[in-house]
Design a protein around this ligand. Structure first.
Ligand SMILES: NC(=O)c1ccc[n+]([C@@H]2O[C@H](COP(=O)([O-])OP(=O)(O)OC[C@H]3O[C@@H](n4cnc5c(N)ncnc54)[C@H](O)[C@@H]3O)[C@@H](O)[C@H]2O)c1
Ligand SMILES: O=C(O)[C@H](O)COP(=O)(O)O
Length: 635
């Protein structure tokens, strides 16, 4: 019995806005009318006629006749147009050029555009002139385009149907791929088995509604039909859900990568997120959204979570790890913004600005120096000497403060900052205490009534870290009693879900208390930096398996993948998994070009670069290796 693969279906592909990103005639008009005083108006008119012909609102023949009549083009403009169209081939078509070169004999370009510019563009992909069916221009002796060959069926309504009939592809499957109504008509006439609405460049509702399938990219078409493709997985299948309004740059980067994007401007609570997470590959959040065990249970396709902020205490990091979900954050994109806010708060509280300003707004002129002091020479006690704490240390010294700090980890001492051995020591010595610890659960109520009592009378307290670090009722009492001279608080144990919710706290209305709505990182610079940093890490992980700077997966910085397929394997960290993976590879005689492994207490992350030629059974065998959490192949 023969085991030869069945022949490919014939692919009938439209040219304008499908094979290329643009409409050839529109571009020709743009070139031919360069320098013409009415260029914009005429080009717009031609484009409107193109659209009318494509969505079926103007008859095709009329649209063509009127467009060519408006076009003052000459033969030499076509040379420029062809050079331009070579650069405008649809990205997914160009990406899969090898598919076209290998299977050119099964591809027909059937277009109502013009042979003069289509033939040279598709020739680059190995598609011969005889497989291009298109219109032709008529020229006068001086080389001006004066019309088109009206005997060509493609210049008439229903022309594509007539051409397909003449081609006589009966006996084989025929698939049509295009963006226009005339492409759909081939299927409607029964001359094709399937019609794919190709939406990489334009989406026409009337066409999409009638399609058998929608192909946002050529990768998707190949994937659906199990045909050989350049990418291991169509990027349009990667769904991104972005919550809490990260800077628009994040959406831009994900879209440019070809991912599908959904955004929800506010946050979602747990129940809402459980409803929305199914099918999502990348979840983008900020500090508010809780990624809990329940959310992860419903997350059937999740590959990565992006925290568009520093803190990751809102995410079940271990739960993500056990599901093989990589978490990335932006560990220092808003550091400077928080430092600047802290400095502003220190000076504001030292000069009692909250009170002074409020009185002025009420019409009270209270010119007095009572309770106001310079910060020069004062002792700033920094609790948590990480990225923000240590950066603040440098800035505070620059304005003449004496810095002391306390951190549970050993840290590089910057400038003249002095390390103290205990939190109590710091609290007793500092004039101003500022909190910059991370949000780990152990830090709940790190500053309570006892700690507040240790602070110097009249001292100031700043919390720009996380709300649960401070016992808020105890802080309110210390302020009311006059023991503390003031406080600045940016983060709260409960923060409103949206700007519409009323904000409640015991601290409201207390003197010399600055309250801000979690805006430490809310600057244009920080938001822009974060919106680039996080998508870049996630895209690097999806495309190459790079986990550098992931907050929960073992960090591996990988060399560039060369002439290899990359096998990405996440497994439970139990003895023998690497050996099993390598046994499978050996049994299938797969040649290993490079292998990288890192483990932590829960999982192992192993990346194996292998020669591109291997028996596909090996992939299934690797998926079946015991203790596998996630497996994917990249090429
Ligand atoms: N207000 C905002 O908008 C805003 C913006 C950015 C970051 N943050 C928060 O600021 C905090 C600090 O951020 P970072 O980037 O400097 O973090 P980081 O991880 O670089 O530093 C945190 C430091 O705190 C130390 N630490 C943890 N627990 C401690 C404890 N109990 N006592 C003493 N030291 C302790 C750690 O060892 C570490 O050095 C985080 O909670 C973050 O979520 C808030
Ligand atoms: O963790 C952070 O970076 C800050 O808390 C800022 O969070 P946000 O982006 O939600 O304002």
């Amino acid at each position: 019995m023969s085991t030869a693969a069945p022949p490919l279906p014939y692919l009938v592909i439209d040219f304008d806005s499908t094979f290329t990103q643009v409409e050839g005639l529109d571009e020709l008009a743009d070139i031919a009318l360069r320098g013409h005083p009415d260029r914009a108006r005429i080009v717009a008119e031609i484009k409107a006629l193109t659209d009318g012909g494509m969505d079926g609102s103007v008859s095709f023949s009329e649209s063509l006749r009127r467009r060519v009549a408006l076009l003052p083009a000459r033969r030499e403009h076509l040379t420029e147009l062809v050079a331009h169209l070579h650069t405008k081939v649809s990205e997914s078509i160009r990406r899969n050029a090898s598919f076209f070169r290998q299977h050119a004999d099964r591809v027909y370009i059937v277009s109502s555009g013009f042979r003069e510019f289509i033939e040279p563009v598709v020739a680059e992909f190995g598609i011969p002139a005889r497989q291009v069916l298109a219109n032709t221009f008529r020229f006068d002796d001086a080389g001006n385009i004066i019309g088109f060959d009206e005997t060509n069926p493609l210049s008439r309504d229903g022309g594509k149907i007539e051409q397909l009939r003449e081609l006589g592809l009966e006996g084989a499957e025929v698939f049509v791929l295009g963006d226009g109504y005339t492409d759909y008509q081939i299927r409607e006439a029964g001359l094709a088995d399937r019609f794919y609405a190709f939406t990489e460049n334009v989406t026409r509702e009337a066409v999409v509604d009638r399609a058998d399938e929608v192909a946002p990219t050529f990768d998707e078409f190949l994937y659906q039909n199990k045909l050989p493709m350049t990418l291991s997985y169509p990027k349009n299948r990667i769904r991104v859900l972005l919550l809490e309004n990260p800077d628009a740059r994040a959406a831009e980067l994900f879209k440019a990568e070809g991912y599908q994007l959904e955004t929800v401007p506010g946050g979602l609570d747990e129940d809402e997120l459980v409803q929305r997470i199914e099918g999502v590959s990348i979840l983008g959040i900020r500090s508010k959204t809780q990624v809990t065990a329940r959310v992860l249970e419903a997350a059937n396709r999740l590959i990565a979570v992006g925290a568009f902020c520093i803190g990751t205490n809102q995410i079940d990091l271990v739960g993500c790890m056990k599901k093989g979900v990589a978490v990335f954050n932006a560990p220092f994109s808003n550091t400077r913004s928080v430092v600047e806010l802290a400095l502003a708060e220190i000076i504001s509280l030292a000069r009692r600005l909250p009170e002074k300003s409020e009185k002025m707004h009420r019409g009270e002129w209270d010119k007095s120096a009572r309770g106001a002091f310079e910060i020069r020479g004062k002792k700033l006690g920094i609790v948590g000497y990480g990225n923000i704490g240590s950066q603040l240390s440098v800035v505070a010294e620059a304005v003449g403060m004496q810095v002391l700090y306390f951190d549970i980890a050993e840290k590089l001492q910057l400038g003249n900052a002095r390390k103290v051995r205990t939190l109590d020591e710091l609290l007793q010595e500092a004039d101003i205490v500022t909190l910059h610890v991370d949000g780990r659960p152990d830090n709940q109520n790190l500053i309570g009534a006892r700690e507040l009592a240790l602070m110097k009378p009249g001292a100031l307290l700043l919390n720009n870290s996380r709300g649960h670090i401070v016992d808020v009722p105890a802080l309110a009492e210390a302020l009311r009693s006059g023991h503390l001279g003031g406080a600045a608080v940016d983060v709260f144990p409960y923060e409103p879900k949206s700007n519409d919710e009323v904000f409640e706290t015991e601290l409201r209305g207390l003197p010399n208390v600055l309250l801000t709505p979690h805006i430490g990182g809310s600057t244009a610079e920080a938001q822009r930096n974060i919106a680039e940093f996080v998508p870049e890490r996630i895209i690097g992980y999806i495309n190459a398996g790079n986990t550098q700077q992931s907050v929960n997966l073992p960090n591996i910085q990988l060399p560039a993948q060369q002439q290899a397929h990359r096998l990405i394997h996440i497994h439970q960290n139990v003895p023998g998994v690497l050996a099993r993976i390598n046994n499978v590879l050996a049994a299938h005689q797969v040649n290993i070009l490079g292998q990288y492994l890192k483990t932590n207490e829960h999982i192992g992350y192993v990346i194996t670069d292998v020669n591109r030629e291997y028996d596909q059974d090996v992939i299934q065998a690797l998926r079946e290796v015991e203790h596998t959490i996630k497996f994917r192949v990249l090429y």
